[in-house]
Design a protein around this ligand. Structure first.
Ligand code: FMN
Length: 394
């Protein structure tokens, strides 16, 4: 695969040589174009050395060589990946400004474009950046969303360049396995909310990111995907059909109504095990005479157990969030619930899993198999889970 990597002038440009190496691991040939400002953050010489090719920083090229580099390159390239993409480059792409080597090339480029923004959270939320990214999306440009975390300015927030393995995974997916073509996949995601009174509820820390990543990956691999989602703030992946629910009971109803028409059901939602026995129809007042109140909980329906009764029975992937004896407890759950695969994660490590961009899981099969996926972006985990499903469907 021939990739043109465009690098623009943000702090994260220092990650570009590593990105080139990881793209080469996929068997890709990579040629690099830097904006003049990017060359302040990362050395063109390093990029020339790792890419085994001259790096373009100046659109006027070398008059002695003749030819127009950007047109020749556009014939060669199968993908333009801009990482990191500054707010400035994103704006230029949105309106077609071509005033340096990278933006001129971008206008000449004829195949797919992926853009990985990286900037401070306040820039990312600016109306122009939001609008320019929407414009690029509407034109079919794939945006590789930035991550949340520690930013170079010493703040926490969303805007950090997506992790290199996540970018590489997107490129790999672009090259495209369509091994789920013709399959219907039902994915559940997010938390549920169990009402206590009209304004309060019980819920959990699930962000929904794992389930949304699976839905996105399955769709890109050719599946028709239905997502049944609890409340999240995430964007629905393009091409995915969504049903929104609040409670475990609603989740059960939605899943049971759809399961028989899907060959694969992946239950990534964190469904509440308990709900308040009664829901007060008025806001519960603070008791004046006591420091405590009692809340009586009843068990919620077991969606996994209900799924095992569906005809025709879909291939079922369950999740187990454990805090101790992860493999043992997950394997017991796999047997007890009659799932085909179980994805176990250790939720005692608060830096991964719930509400995080990364996870580390064990994928356990009924056949006794066990695959550990080391700490990786959730999109990578999603694809490894789908690999395990595809391998078992034959
Ligand atoms: C130290 C420093 C770090 C910067 N980091 C970023 C960044 O991460 N993202 C961004 O959009 N702009 C960042 N900027 C601003 C860009 O460098 C500036 O908008 C520049 O014009 C971008 O040029 P280019 O898009 O042509 O590479 C940074 C500026 C400085 C001085």
């Amino acid at each position: 695969m021939n990739i043109v990597l465009g690098v623009s002038g943000g702090i994260a440009a220092y990650k570009a040589p590593e990105l080139v190496r990881r793209l080469q691991d996929l068997g890709a040939a990579v040629r690099v174009i830097l904006t003049p400002n990017a060359a302040r953050f990362v050395s063109p010489l390093s990029l020339a050395a790792v890419s085994h090719h001259g790096v373009i920083t100046d659109q006027w090229g070398d008059p002695a060589k003749g030819g127009v580099d950007h047109i020749e390159m556009a014939r060669w390239a199968e993908l333009l990946l801009i990482a990191p993409a500054t707010a400035n480059v994103i704006a230029k792409l949105a309106v077609g400004i071509a005033d340096d080597a990278l933006t001129t090339y971008s206008v000449a480029h004829r195949t797919a474009i992926m853009v990985a923004p990286a900037m401070n959270w306040s820039m990312l939320q600016h109306a122009t950046v939001v609008q320019n990214l929407a414009t690029l999306r509407s034109r079919g440009v794939e945006i590789i969303d930035p991550e949340s975390g520690y930013l170079a300015e010493g703040e926490e927030g969303e805007g950090r360049l997506a992790a290199i393995p996540a970018i590489v995974e997107r490129v790999k997916m672009h090259r495209g396995t369509r091994d789920l073509e013709g399959k219907r996949v039902l994915v559940t995601a997010g938390p549920t909310r169990e009402a206590i009174d009209p304004v309060r509820y019980l819920s959990n820390r699930s962000s929904g990111r794992m389930g949304y990543a699976i839905a996105d990956a399955a769709r890109r691999r050719g599946a028709t995907v239905t997502l049944v989602s609890g409340p999240t703030s995430l964007e629905v992946p393009p091409g995915v059909d969504i049903t929104r629910i609040d409670t475990a009971k609603e989740m059960l109803e939605a899943v049971m109504a759809k399961a028989a028409s899907h060959q694969i059901v992946i239950k990534a939602a964190a469904v509440a095990d308990f709900a308040p026995e009664t829901v007060a129809d008025r806001k519960i007042k603070k008791p004046a005479d006591r420091g405590t109140i009692e809340l009586s909980l009843r068990k919620n329906p077991d969606i996994l157990a209900s799924l095992a009764t569906v005809h025709p029975r879909p291939f079922i992937v369950a999740f187990a969030a454990e805090t101790d004896s992860v493999e043992k407890n997950a394997r017991e759950k796999l047997e007890r619930k009659g799932a085909d695969l179980i994805v176990a994660n250790d939720v005692s490590d608060t830096t991964i899993g719930f509400d995080s961009d990364e996870n580390e899981v064990l994928i356990l099969g009924r056949d006794g198999s066990s695959v550990r996926v080391e700490r990786s972006p959730k999109l990578v985990i999603a694809n490894r889970i789908l690999d395990a499903v595809v391998a078992r469907l034959g």
